[in-house]
Design a protein around this ligand. Structure first.
Ligand code: BDR
Ligand code: CA
Length: 313
């Protein structure tokens, strides 16, 4: 049986790789829609980029929606210095032919969930959590419909990548992260602790480059540009494949090790906005609201990524 997914993203170079993996697995996933959110770049660019990626992979039957154009309370912070001026360095950017759905992404989320059986829809946010938080606030009856939220955000052992203590997605909309983390549905979280274990190092780039199809070549171009920035800025061996961890988990859960614990996010402190307070050692009798990923088998992760990219041949 296929698993029903709603992808909620801000493409974004690593979001793009995650979408490539998802679209290559439509025998496993029923992709009900892709919702764009403002994050790595403006909403206009993220929904355009999402449609470019659908056209590149020839999955133009997938419906793309525009969601929220700004975080709940903070002004939008973007990451063009990482992902490029258009939010997706490495491939040609143009005005896609594929239409944007006219319905707002949050309305799509609410209507789809309300019209579904309980515990049937998996939501996969790989950007700021504004869309899902807005939907949960506006229509709390959607919560029981959610089977699982599989998200990329936060950090515990790794510190921050946008401020000393915050990861980008949680930093951009920490109030949205708080709402989602309190929704009392199963939440699986891939933060920097695990995404920094899967780097697009030169040998990985060479493996991707050797795959003879258009999508793999685009993935190579994207990751080459992305890796250059990360190597220069953070002195690491390549670009962390943050968002693809969500899809790798949905395809092959046993790649990861998890701990069930309490996770809260600081929203208002000017010093620690977006900081993750994770009770990894269960020091307090708090609800264990997340399944926190803390280890990944990186060799098998990259084997899976390569397998997914080979499917476009
Ligand atoms: C997250 O921030 C974005 O720049 C990436 O797309 C990823 O979702 C990593 O901190
Ligand atoms: Ca992202």
């Amino acid at each position: 049986m296929t698993r029903k997914l709603i992808l909620d993203c801000d493409p974004g170079q690593d979001d793009a790789i995650s979408l490539f993996m998802a679209f290559a697995a439509r025998d496993r996933f029923d992709i009900l829609g892709v919702i764009a959110v403002a994050g790595n770049t403006s909403l206009e660019k993220t929904h355009r980029n999402a449609r470019i990626l659908c056209e590149l992979t020839q999955h133009t039957d997938i419906r793309v929606y525009a969601g929220c154009d700004a975080p709940l309370h903070h002004p939008l912070a973007t990451a063009e210095e990482v992902h490029g001026r258009e939010g997706l360095d490495g491939i040609e950017i143009y005005t896609p032919q594929m239409p944007l759905q006219t319905q707002h992404g949050v309305d799509f989320l609410i209507d789809t969930l309300l019209g579904s059986e309980d515990e049937t829809i998996t939501i996969v946010p790989t950007g700021p959590l504004t869309n899902l938080a807005t939907a949960l606030t506006r229509q709390p009856k959607i919560a029981p419909k959610i089977k699982e939220i599989v998200l990329m955000g936060g950090a515990y052992r790794e510190g921050g990548n946008i401020t000393p203590s915050a990861e980008f997605n949680f930093y951009v909309d920490p109030h949205a992260a708080q709402i989602v983390l309190e929704c009392e549905r199963p939440i699986t979280v891939f933060g920097l602790d695990v995404t920094h274990q899967v780097l697009s190092s030169p040998d990985i780039l060479a493996r991707i480059k050797s795959i003879n199809n258009k999508v793999a070549q685009a993935a190579h171009q994207i990751l080459q540009d992305y890796s250059r920035f990360e190597i220069d800025r953070y002195g690491i061996d390549g670009g962390p494949l943050h968002d693809p961890c969500t899809m790798a988990y949905l395809l092959q859960e046993d790649l990861f090790e998890f701990k069930q614990c309490n996770l809260r996010v600081e929203a208002d402190s000017p010093l620690a906005r977006g900081h993750c307070v994770l009770d990894f050692w269960n020091t307090k009798p708090l609800p264990k609201n997340v399944k926190w990923a803390h280890h990944v088998n990186h060799e098998k992760f990259f084997d899976l990524l390569i397998t997914q990219l080979e499917k476009y041949s």
